[in-house]
Design a protein around this ligand. Structure first.
Ligand code: ADP
Ligand code: MG
Ligand code: ZN
Length: 642
């Protein structure tokens, strides 16, 4: 195993450091550093050249007269420089005329040979290192400085420069199976029982390939993980590698695609070669839809690079020898846009679907992510799991994290149930915006609007019961009504949809009835409910007039393959759809209007209370309902009605 890892040194493992300094700041920092070094060099230079200047200088004529007076004991000549030592031991410097002997000069100054004889004259070799340095420094130092500066600049662009050399190499990150810290196993993945069951076979093969190969079994080369974002696809792929203890090369589909055509394909080749050298190994291509979309539709001019990359992946998959012990895993949340060639037998023919977690799974996921978090005694994870339908694993992870942050910010050492409850809303809708001050008129209007939703939801039998109403704005919503189904159901019925649409219109109806005017507030309500009504007609066959017909695929209009704007129904049918949708919307509005007229007193009570306290929890809300003779929903009722 160790051996095979040595061969993988070519991989660029991207350290967080590389990308973390913003280029702008780096450049300024480098320039400042270069400047400082430049100043240092300059001062060092002037210090060196100035060294000789420190001593007092005397002129030649002065020197001559001092010699005549017998004040000089010796003179050292270095080139044209004279170091003069006086009889009293002090030293001065002087300069002689170039190309003339000192003695000749002195004679010209009328120094007698006798006086000169008393002076010890020593001629030193000109070629001293110091001399060379002093004479070359003015030329060399600027050159050094320029080289230095260029070096700094080049360091700046080195990241990019290096990339140019390693373009064709894969950028895959390698997870070493022997690294205990980053190792993920099936224990870290909650729920997803079927998926784990499927993948256990792959783990077995990677652990013990001989057993399978000896008996002539053909192990799938490609496994496609499909599921909504945050359902744990990436996590599960890492867990497979962790369970099997093999090398794990991971790369994101978008990393194949660079500015230059051909890079992606060469990266694919490189990646597969690395993995084969490290076999047994897993190659994991995350978000494969970035390269694996249907080819050649011509939408947006096509993308040669993407197609070449995809072709290369197909070639590599086909080129596998059965005994190569490399398994390719890929993840996508858009299996519907993948090129059919990828899904052919012998390629990604094994497909594993990850569902959104149900209540039990959510509880397990919460447990996994609460591992290192100290809990207060009142924490009740089953309750949190119950209150978070529609949360993905990633949402639950961030819920736990938010709760811990809340507790830490309030200087508590344990996470309390209250923290978890608050985090549910935060993850769902973004942080509270207490700073968003509503004017008193806005506040009243928002209160009535939300009360309208809540009231309609409480009266209609198939709508989900209200858990909380608030007019504290969160994210982009001014206020909201928090509804939860009594139980989790995968199937929704036509009656539920119709009631949901009426609830969504509750706010709109109230604004129209009470204020005789409509604000921009309900625009989102209208969008959501109209979309729902349209789906009822075109996808679920829930319209009497249109009958049992699906006019659009469940994933919406297919963008690739069919082409933008193509409809698979006629204009006439389109008009019929529009008529049906507006019929549904109008019926729902009438239903909401009737409820609000009939229960005007309750509406006022809820709205007034909301203006007063801003948030009404389930218990208080139910008390208001009971006081006004509205029957509460119970689990039994719902089951009975179905
Ligand atoms: P995906 O790749 O499907 O978008 P990820 O695997 O990146 O989702 O999941 C994001 C995070 O959510 C994971 O790192 C993990 O912390 C958490 N998570 C998701 N699903 C699960 C699960 N089934 N069990 C435990 N944690 C999960
Ligand atoms: Mg992922
Ligand atoms: Zn609304």
């Amino acid at each position: 195993m160790k051996d095979s890892f040595k061969k993988t040194r070519k991989i660029i493992i991207r350290s967080p450091k590389q990308g973390s300094t913003p280029p702008g700041r780096g450049l300024i920092g480098q320039a400042v550093l270069a400047l400082v070094i430049f100043l240092l060099l300059v001062s060092a230079y002037s210090l060196l050249t100035g060294l000789s200047g420190k001593k007092e200088q005397i002129s030649l004529s002065e020197l001559a007269s001092e010699i005549s007076l017998g004040q000089i004991s010796d003179i050292v000549i270095t080139g044209d420089n004279l170091d003069v030592t006086f009889a009293d031991g002090s030293t001065k410097i002087s300069k002689k005329e170039a190309n003339t002997a000192l003695t000749t000069t002195l004679k010209n100054y009328a120094v007698t040979p006798e006086a000169l004889a008393k002076v010890e004259i020593e001629v030193k070799n000109d070629q001293g290192a110091m001399y060379w340095f002093a004479s070359l420094a003015p030329i060399i130092l600027p050159i050094i400085f320029i080289i230095f500066f260029l070096w700094f600049l080049s360091r700046q662009v080195k990241g990019a420069g290096m990339q140019a050399f390693s373009f064709g190499q894969s950028k895959a990150r390698l997870t070493n199976p022997n690294d205990k810290n980053s190792r993920v196993t099936f224990k870290d993945v909650a729920g997803a029982r079927e998926a784990k069951e499927e993948l256990r076979e792959i783990v077995d093969f990677l652990k013990n390939p001989k057993k399978f190969l000896d008996i002539g079994a053909r192990i799938p080369k490609g496994i496609l993980l499909m599921g909504a974002p945050g359902t744990g696809k990436t996590l599960l792929a890492r867990a497979v590698a962790g369970e099997a203890g093999v090398a794990f090369f991971s790369i994101s589909g978008s990393e194949f695609v660079e500015m230059f055509v051909g890079v992606g394909a060469s990266r694919v080749r490189d990646l597969f070669n690395l993995a084969k050298a490290a076999a047994p190994a897993i190659i994991f291509v995350d978000e494969i839809d970035a390269v694996g979309r249907v080819r050649g539709t011509g939408v947006g001019g096509g993308n040669d690079e993407r197609e070449q990359t995809l072709n290369q992946i197909l070639v590599e998959l086909d080129g596998f020898e059965p005994n190569e012990k490399v398994i390719v895993m890929a993840a996508t949340n858009r299996p519907d846009v993948l090129d059919p060639a990828l899904l052919r037998p012998g390629r990604f023919d094994r497909r594993v679907t990850l569902d959104m977690p149900d209540r039990r799974d959510r509880e397990e996921i919460l447990k996994i992510h609460s591992r290192k978090k100290p809990f207060a005694e009142d924490v009740n994870l089953p309750l949190i799991a119950e209150r978070t339908p529609g949360f993905s694993g990633a949402d639950l992870y961030s819920l736990m994290n938010e709760a811990a942050i809340l507790a830490a910010r309030e200087d508590r050492t344990t996470v309390a149930q209250f923290d978890l409850i608050r985090s549910i809303e935060k993850v769902m809708l973004g942080p509270e915006r207490r700073s968003h001050i509503l004017s008193s008129k806005e506040k009243e209007l928002t209160a009535f609007h939300e009360a309208g939703h809540a009231l309609v939801a409480s009266v209609l039998p198939y709508a989900d019961p209200v858990h909380k109403i608030t007019i504290i704005s969160r994210g982009r919503a001014l206020g909201y009504v928090f509804k939860l189904p009594l139980e989790e159901n995968k199937l929704q019925s036509k009656k539920e949809f119709l009631d949901d649409i009426a609830v969504a219109l509750g706010g709109y109806v109230v604004e129209k009835m009470i204020y005789n005017d409509i604000t921009t507030g309900p625009s989102n309500d209208l969008q959501v409910s109209t979309a729902l009504a349209r789906d009822m007609v075109t996808k679920y066959g829930m319209s009497e007039k249109m009958g049992p017909i699906a006019l659009e695929s469940p994933a919406g209009k297919p963008l690739f393959g069919v082409g933008v704007g193509d409809k698979d129904y006629s204009e006439q049918v389109g008009a019929q759809i529009d008529a049906e949708v507006s019929q549904i919307m109008n019926d729902a509005m009438k239903k909401a209007e009737k409820i609000i007229k009939d229960h005007r007193k309750v509406l006022n009570a809820i709205a007034e209370r909301l203006v007063e306290v801003e948030t009404i929890e389930q218990k208080e809300f139910e008390e208001i309902l009971v006081k006004h003779n509205i029957k509460l929903k119970k689990k039994k009722d719902i089951e009975h009605q179905k």
